[in-house]
Design a protein around this ligand. Structure first.
Ligand code: NI
Length: 199
C-alpha cells in the first residue's frame, strides 16, 4: 500500500471533527489502516490520525517504542506495539498534567512543549470491532491524547499554554542548554546568598 501525502496545518480537513465509524469494519477500513501504516512508516513518527491523510473518520494508529519510554521513564516502562484505535474516548484519571515535547507530521519542522494529562483511560474499538479499554501514563498517555485531538480538529500548538516554547526542531538542543545554564546560575546565586548569611 502506497504512502499518502500528509495534510499540513492550515488544511481545512484537519480542523473538522472526524466521523464515528460503525462496526463491523470492512475492507475500506482495513485499507485505510494499511495506508496510514505506510504513510507513518514513510514519514517517521509514533502516531497518525486518519484526517491527516485526508480521511475524516475517527481512527488513529500509534505505537510507543520501548527504547524511548525506557530512556525517559526508566527501566520498568514498557512500550506499546502498533495499535489501531477507533472512535476513541479519553478520560483523565487524575488532574495532574506535565509538559513534554511534541511534534506532528502535520506541523513539520516544529516542536512545542505541551501540557497533557499524565494518567488517562482510553476506550474505543479495535480493528476487529472489539472494545478496548486501557489505562495509560506518561508518554503513552501523551501520544494517545495528541492523536485523539486530531479527531476533534485540534493540533498541538492549540494545547500549548506558553507559545515561547514553540520552536524549530533544530533549535531545541540550544534552548534546552539555555534552560540548564539558567538553572545553574540560579543555584549559584542561591549558594552565594547562603554563604553570605553564614559570614
Ligand atoms: Ni499530530
Amino acid at each position: 500500500m502506497a504512502a499518502k501525502e500528509i495534510l499540513k496545518m492550515g488544511h481545512p480537513l484537519l480542523r473538522r471533527p472526524a466521523a464515528t465509524l460503525e462496526p463491523p469494519f470492512g475492507d475500506d477500513i482495513f485499507e485505510l489502516v494499511e495506508e496510514m501504516r505506510a504513510s507513518l512508516e514513510a514519514a517517521g513518527g509514533v502516531g497518525l490520525a486518519a484526517p491527516q491523510i485526508g480521511v475524516s473518520k475517527s481512527l488513529v494508529i500509534f505505537e510507543v517504542p520501548e527504547d524511548r519510554v525506557r530512556m525517559e521513564e526508566g527501566e520498568t516502562a514498557s512500550g506499546v506495539p502498533s495499535t489501531v484505535l477507533i472512535n476513541p474516548k479519553i478520560t483523565p484519571l487524575s488532574d495532574e498534567t506535565a509538559l513534554g515535547w511534541e511534534g506532528c507530521l502535520s506541523v513539520p519542522g516544529l516542536r512545542g512543549l505541551v501540557p497533557r494529562f499524565t494518567h488517562i483511560r482510553y476506550e474505543g474499538l479495535g480493528l476487529d470491532g472489539r472494545p478496548i479499554s486501557i489505562e495509560a501514563r506518561g508518554f503513552h498517555a501523551r501520544v494517545v491524547q495528541h492523536e485523539c485531538d486530531h479527531l476533534l480538529g485540534i493540533l498541538y500548538p492549540e494545547r500549548m499554554t506558553d507559545m515561547r516554547y514553540l520552536m524549530f526542531e533544530s533549535e531545541v538542543p540550544r534552548f534546552m542548554e539555555s534552560l540548564r545554564e539558567a538553572a545553574a546560575a540560579r543555584e549559584a546565586t542561591a549558594a552565594n546568598a547562603e554563604g553570605e548569611r553564614r559570614d
